[in-house]
Ligand binder design. Structure first.
Ligand SMILES: Nc1ncnc2c1ncn2[C@@H]1O[C@H](COP(=O)(O)OP(=O)(O)OP(=O)(O)O)[C@@H](O)[C@H]1O
Ligand SMILES: [Mg+2]
Length: 263
């Protein structure tokens, strides 16, 4: 799906490379996580997949066609939920907003929006404004808005990063439930939480420090359905965590050694 993608940003005449020759594929129904050091270019890579940023080179395809022709198949859930919801629209208004670009009748749009809001348990908060909702509820709302779109690929950028641990566990399980309920939908999720990546995913991709490229890929053989206690305590989980932590430790050390961080 992502083939040899690189991206450089130009700033004050200087070019800096943020993504370097990244390639990855995601199958239908698959949940893949991308983990890597802070600032390495994960969000940029996800934005390129979503078609919000254009790659300097390389291609992104969905089901064999250029992703620019399949943007309706992709939806991105952003890292900062406070900034991505429309503050003057109610919860249901925010979900409908995402559907306004689609050719749907008003009745269809309302039906889809209601179902999406109910699927994340927010039906009673339909008329609330984002600032009247807790952080976890705002992030649920963002997920509802994305699901209403009925994407074949849901892209998520640190979706639970700003939440407390308990809310985070809740939302991880809710995401797994929503994903199972929607057959065919793939999820690509960026996180810097290695445990979260393993807990949720079929595969975990580790990317290098900036410029991001895919260093290694781990298949997660922890049986589904998973649960927060048993799965996280399983020996397979522990083994994977140790391997990934070691690998990331090595990449960030070598980056520091080479002074690769110019910020
Ligand atoms: N539009 C842009 N113009 C110039 N530089 C940019 C732009 N977007 C991102 N960058 C730079 O690209 C680098 C990677 O940013 P990115 O947000 O992709 O990293 P990240 O891995 O998502 O970081 P974090 O883990 O903190 O979310 C940063 O150094 C950033 O300054
Ligand atoms: Mg980011």
């Amino acid at each position: 799906m992502v083939s040899h993608v690189s991206k450089s940003f130009q700033r004050r005449g200087e070019s800096s490379e943020v993504v370097n020759d990244a390639s990855l594929t995601v199958e239908a129904n698959e949940l893949v996580s991308i983990v890597g050091p802070s600032g390495c270019g994960k969000s940029t890579l996800l934005r390129i997949i979503a078609g919000l940023v254009s790659a300097s080179s390389g291609t992104v395809t969905v089901g064999g066609t250029d992703s620019k022709d399949s943007l309706h198949e992709l939806v991105l859930v952003f890292q900062e939920y406070e900034r991505s919801l429309c503050p003057w629209r109610s919860a249901i208004g925010n979900v409908r907003l995402g559907l306004e670009g689609l050719r749907l009748s008003r009745a269809e749009r309302e039906e889809r929006a209601d179902a999406a809001l109910a699927s994340v348990g927010l039906q009673e908060f339909a008329e609330h404004y984002p600032w009247e909702l807790s952080g976890g509820m705002q992030q649920r709302l963002q997920i509802a808005r994305a699901l209403a779109f009925q994407p074949s690929i849901l892209l998520m950028d640190e979706p639970f990063g700003a939440l407390d641990a308990l809310t985070r566990y809740d939302l991880e399980d809710e995401l797994l439930r929503l994903w199972r309920a929607r057959s065919g939908m793939s999820i690509v999720l960026v996180t810097h939480d290695i445990d979260e990546a393993i807990y949720l995913s079929d595969r975990v991709l580790v990317v290098s420090s900036r410029p991001a490229s895919v260093l290694a890929e781990f298949t997660v053989d922890v049986p589904r359905p998973r649960d927060q206690v048993t799965s996280r305590n399983s020996s397979e989980f522990q083994r994977l965590r140790a391997e990934i932590v070691q690998l990331i430790g090595r990449t960030s050390n070598s980056a520091a050694g080479h002074g690769a961080d110019h910020r």
